[in-house]
Design a protein around this ligand. Structure first.
Ligand SMILES: Nc1ncnc2c1ncn2[C@@H]1O[C@H](COP(=O)(O)OP(=O)(O)OP(=O)(O)O)[C@@H](O)[C@H]1O
Ligand SMILES: [Mg+2]
Length: 374
C-alpha cells in the first residue's frame, strides 16, 4: 500500500491543506475586493448622499463619515474573519469525509490486489459520484471473486476428471508389464475407452471455454424458430429410432423470427437432445416444441418422458461437470459439460434457459427463451 493511499488527510496528499489553501485564496480575493469597494467607492458615495440630504455642518459631515468608515472596516473585517474560520472548518470536515471514502477504496483495492476477493467498500453517501465509484468498485470485486472461484473449481474439477482414466490406464499398463493382465481384446477396449474419455474431456473443456468466453463469436441471422427445432429433430431421428424413442415436433405457427447463430443453436438443441436420448428408455417420447412466453420471447422446448431430475438437483444441472447420477454418467460417458455449454450459448444470444422436472421417472423439460428479432 502506498503512503499516499494511506494518509488522505496528511502527508504528501494533504487534501485538507489544499482545500484550505483554495478557500483562503477565494476568501482573500473576496476580502480585497470588498476592502477596495468599501474603502474607495463607499466613502465617495456616502459623501455624495450626505451632501445631497442637505447636511451643512462640516463637523457633522466629518463625524458621519468617520462612523461610516469604522462600520465598513468592522463589517468587512468581521466577515473576512468569520469566512476564514468557516473555510477552515469546511476544509477539515470535507477533507476528512472525502479522505475517509478514498481511504476505504484504497484499502479495499490493496486487499483485492493481495488476493482478498471479499473486500468491499461501504457506500460513502457523499453524492452520486462517490456512490457510483463505490458501486462500480464493489461490482468489480464481485466479478473478480466469481471468476477466481470458477477458476479454482474448474481446476479441481479437471483434476478430478483426469484422475480416474489416468489411474485406470496406469493400473492396466502396470498389469501388462507385470504379466498379470493379458493384452486381449477386452483389455484393448478398456485402454481405448479411457483414452477416448480423455480426448472427450479435452474437447469438452475447449468447447465450454469457447462458449463461455466473453464476446463469443456468433454469426447471427434472422431465423425461423420452427426451422431450428425441425433440423435438430432431423439430426437425431436415426439415433432415436435405434433407441426405440419417438421424436415429435410440435411447432407453433406465426412466430416471429429470432436473431441467432443457427450452428450454435443447433449445438444447444443437440446437447439437450443428447441428454433426453440418454435419459429416456425405449418406448419413451421426446417432444421439440416452439411457442411464445408471456413477455413476448420465443420459446423452444425440449421435453422427454424419461428418468427426470430430482428437484434438489435442478438448480445445479447447468453447472460445469455437474451430474445427477455420477456413477451412471461415468459409464455412459457424460462429463457434465453439455448443459454448461447450453447455458453459455443461450446467454450469449441474450436468452435464458431453464430446467424443470416433475421428479424421478416423470421426464424432464428444458425451455429456452430468445428475444424476437427486431
Ligand atoms: N433430459 C434429462 N433427463 C434427466 N436428467 C438429465 C437430463 N438432461 C440432463 N440431465 C442431468 O443433468 C446432468 C448434466 O447434464 P450435462 O448435459 O451437462 O452433462 P452430461 O450429459 O452428463 O455430460 P455431457 O453432456 O458433457 O456429455 C446429467 O448428468 C444428468 O444427470
Ligand atoms: Mg449432456
Amino acid at each position: 500500500m502506498s503512503t499516499d493511499a494511506r494518509t488522505p488527510g496528511g502527508g504528501r496528499s494533504g487534501l485538507a491543506a489544499r482545500l484550505l489553501l483554495a478557500f483562503t485564496l477565494v476568501m482573500g480575493v473576496a476580502g480585497v475586493t470588498a476592502w477596495l469597494v468599501a474603502g474607495l467607492a463607499g466613502p465617495v458615495l456616502f459623501h455624495r448622499h450626505l451632501v445631497g440630504t442637505g447636511v451643512a455642518d462640516p463637523a457633522a459631515v466629518v463625524h458621519a463619515e468617520e462612523a461610516f468608515r469604522s462600520a465598513s472596516a468592522l463589517s468587512v473585517g468581521l466577515a473576512l474573519a468569520v469566512g476564514l474560520a468557516m473555510s477552515l472548518g469546511v476544509a477539515v470536515v470535507l477533507a476528512r469525509r472525502v479522505g475517509r471514502s478514498l481511504n476505504a477504496v484504497a484499502t479495499a483495492a490493496a486487499l483485492l490486489a493481495g488476493g482478498r476477493f471479499d473486500a468491499r467498500v461501504p457506500q460513502p453517501r457523499l453524492g452520486a459520484e462517490f456512490d457510483a465509484l463505490a458501486t462500480s468498485f464493489n461490482a468489480m470485486a464481485g466479478r473478480l471473486a466469481e471468476s477466481e472461484q470458477l477458476r479454482r473449481r474448474l481446476l479441481a474439477d479437471v483434476a478430478h476428471e483426469l484422475r480416474t482414466p489416468v489411474a485406470t490406464l496406469g493400473a492396466y499398463l502396470d498389469g501388462l508389464e507385470d504379466g498379470v493382465v493379458d493384452l486381449e481384446p477386452a483389455t484393448i477396449t478398456v485402454l481405448r475407452d479411457q483414452g477416448a474419455r480423455l480426448t472427450r474431456l479435452a474437447d469438452d473443456l475447449a468447447a465450454v471455454t469457447r462458449a463461455e468466453a466473453p464476446g463469443v463469436q456468433l454469426a447471427r441471422v434472422p431465423t425461423d424458430p420452427n426451422d431450428l427445432v425441425g433440423s435438430a429433430a432431423a439430426a437425431v431421428t436415426d439415433r432415436a429410432a435405434a433407441a426405440g424413442v419417438v421424436v415429435r415436433v410440435d411447432p407453433e405457427a406465426g412466430l416471429p423470427q429470432v436473431l441467432v447463430d443457427p450452428d450454435r443453436l443447433g449445438q444447444v438443441l443437440g446437447n439437450l437432445l443428447d441428454n433426453a436420448l440418454r435419459h429416456t428408455p425405449a418406448g419413451g417420447t421426446i417432444t421439440l416444441a416452439t411457442g411464445r412466453a408471456s413477455d413476448g420471447a420465443v420459446r423452444l422446448t425440449v421435453a422427454d418422458t424419461g428418468s427426470g431430475i430430482p428437484s434438489e438437483h435442478l438448480p445445479h444441472v447447468f453447472e460445469r461437470f455437474y451430474r445427477v447420477d455420477t456413477a451412471r454418467s461415468r459409464t455412459d460417458g457424460g462429463s457434465g459439460i453439455g448443459l454448461a455449454i447450453v447455458r453459455a450459448l443461450v446467454e450469449a444470444h441474450g436468452g435464458r434457459v431453464t430446467a424443470a422436472s416433475d421428479g424421478p421417472g416423470r421426464g424432464a423439460r428444458f425451455e429456452i427463451e430468445l428475444p424476437p428479432a427486431p
